[in-house]
Design a protein around this ligand. Structure first.
Ligand code: AHR
Length: 515
């Protein structure tokens, strides 16, 4: 392939990354909680029942904020079931995942786990089967210091100090017919507005995210955002987006091209939110909370892949085994998030453990890193700072991405996808410039040359590459290190430019010391 040129300028930035961009998600779903972060009988469990081996991997992964308790689960969840003495908590049918919820883990345990992991908690309220009243009560239970029945109930449960949860999601995917008590945009816009008002009256310091579309392929996408924000604009700070990309078609080039549709999705939601602002002559800018994103398809489309018969407790469902190819697509999603740092302020990798997750465990056994663990840990550990506008001169290709909705087959053309997908982050404090570079060419090496104006004394500090001749390679319990980053050797600074040779189908991270 011919040389691919990248031009950067220290003074030309997209925006600063918000710490919350590097978040994740824990749902009461399959073995994410039970057998994932929480397994009291496990040899590595601490006195709270939290798996320390999982916690160590979470800390290496370094998510900054975690969304809980769902997901689809939250739309049928009575938060009161998950507090108080564990022995007297009810067992319930969970209609989201056709499982039995034992409620041994609830809001307070989640907060404890977050504090232990030094992660900000994010809570979602049930605007499906419940509504504004239950939502304001949960805020009061969590955040009110003392002196009311609900805040004193929390204290009597053993949590004397308020949890101080700042970030709240107003329901989950309320546009989806699979959601318990899904709603029209008008119905949801009204309920979200009333819930937001009441929750904020309880605690004026909270931040609120309203539900956007559960995917760009939803028939209501666009009009949903517009209507919901017409109602809720003055009462929320964020609107959510969800995206799960797939390779159902077995077309790797199209799978990797679909990342550009994620960019488009973000741009479209920004346009709609700003159009609502314009109609009001408002200077307020609604920010984006990309609070579910990942690769997910093998365990998605059929009911058999998503559920098991007889209402099991914590069944092993949605345990997607990620390939090398998935890690490439996933890394590209990280790049899309970084390149919208000015508007996407929150991101939650869905999910954290076992369920479509970077960390896998065996119940009673070990924990290991899936392929997607690596790009996320690079993104989170090295992606903080100011994202620079990158001008990229790369050959392109065109593809058609298959993204079904239910039983309907939908196809989305992606014209002119540059083979190089890249984000550049300047960490002023660390004196470092990090390039995240995905070579989407499946057969050819890519000679890369990046010129970064306004920087001097460039020296390569770290250069990593995730690549495997077998795009279907996976990490397993038996072979947990089959796919892992290795040193990217052919990288140097020459004449002030960063030059590297990127292998075909590779994820690359180049960190350069700068002054
Ligand atoms: O993350 C798995 C599921 O995907 C979530 O419960 C739901 O919000 C989405 O459809």
């Amino acid at each position: 392939m011919r040389e691919v040129r990248v031009l950067l300028n220290r003074k030309v930035a997209i925006g600063d990354t918000d710490p919350r961009l590097f978040g994740a998600f824990i749902e009461h779903l399959g073995r994410c909680v039970y057998g994932g972060i929480y397994e009291p009988d496990h040899p590595a469990a601490d006195c709270h029942g939290f798996r320390e081996d999982v916690l160590a991997l979470v800390q290496e992964l370094a998510p900054t904020i975690v969304r809980y308790p769902g997901g689809n689960f939250v739309s049928g969840y009575d938060w009161e079931d998950g507090v108080g003495p564990i022995a007297s908590r009810p067992r319930r049918l969970d209609l989201a995942w056709l499982s039995t919820e034992i409620n041994a883990f609830g809001t307070n345990e989640f907060i404890d786990w977050c504090r232990l992991a030094r992660i900000e908690p994010m809570l979602a309220v049930n605007l499906g089967t419940r509504g504004a009243d239950a939502a304001r009560h949960l805020v009061e239970y969590c955040n009110h210091p003392a002196g009311t029945t609900l805040s004193d109930l929390r204290r009597s449960h053993g949590w004397d100090q308020p949890h101080g949860v700042k970030f709240w999601c107003l329901g989950n995917e309320m546009d989806g017919p699979w959601q318990m008590e899904s709603k029209t945009a008008t119905e949801y816009g009204r309920v979200a507005t009333e819930a937001a008002k009441m929750m904020r009256w309880v605690d004026s310091s909270i931040e609120l995210a309203t539900c956007g579309s559960s995917g760009r392929n939803m028939p209501t996408f666009g009009s949903w955002e517009d209507t919901v924000l017409e109602h809720a604009f003055d009462h929320v700070e964020y609107i959510s987006l969800h995206t799960y990309i797939n390779n159902y078609a077995g077309d790797t080039a199209a799978f990797l091209a679909s990342l550009d549709l994620m960019d488009r999705f973000i741009d479209e939601v920004v346009s709609i939110a700003d159009a609502v602002a314009a109609r009001r002559r408002s200077n307020k800018r609604i920010m984006l909370s990309f609070d579910e994103w990942n690769v997910w398809y093998r365990t998605r489309r059929t009911a058999e892949a998503r559920t098991q018969p007889n209402w099991p407790v914590a069944p092993p469902i949605l345990e997607e085994i990620y390939t090398m190819e998935d890690a490439l697509a996933f890394g590209g999603m990280c790049i899309s998030l970084l390149n919208h740092a000015n508007r996407v302020k929150v991101g939650c990798l869905a999910q954290l453990v076992n369920v479509i997750a970077p960390i896998m465990t065996q119940t009673g056994g070990p924990a290991w890193r899936q392929t997607i663990f690596w790009p996320f840990s690079h993104f989170s550990n090295l992606g903080r700072g100011r994202v620079l506008q990158a001008q990229i001169d790369s050959p392109t290709y065109s593809a058609t991405y298959f993204d079904p909705r239910g039983k309907q087959d939908l196809y989305f053309p992606v014209p002119q996808a540059p083979y190089l997908k890249l984000a550049a982050v300047h960490d002023e404090r660390a004196g470092a410039l990090t390039l995240f570079a995905l070579n989407r060419n499946l057969t050819e090496e890519m000679p890369l040359r990046a010129t970064a104006a306004g920087f001097s004394n460039l020296t390569v500090e770290q250069a990593l590459q995730l690549q495997d001749a077998d795009l279907k390679a996976v990490n397993t319990k038996a072979q947990p290190h089959r796919v892992k980053p290795r040193t990217l050797n052919r990288v140097r600074v020459e004449g002030g430019d960063v030059r590297a040779m990127l292998a075909p189908a590779s994820w690359n991270v180049i960190r350069v010391k700068v002054s």
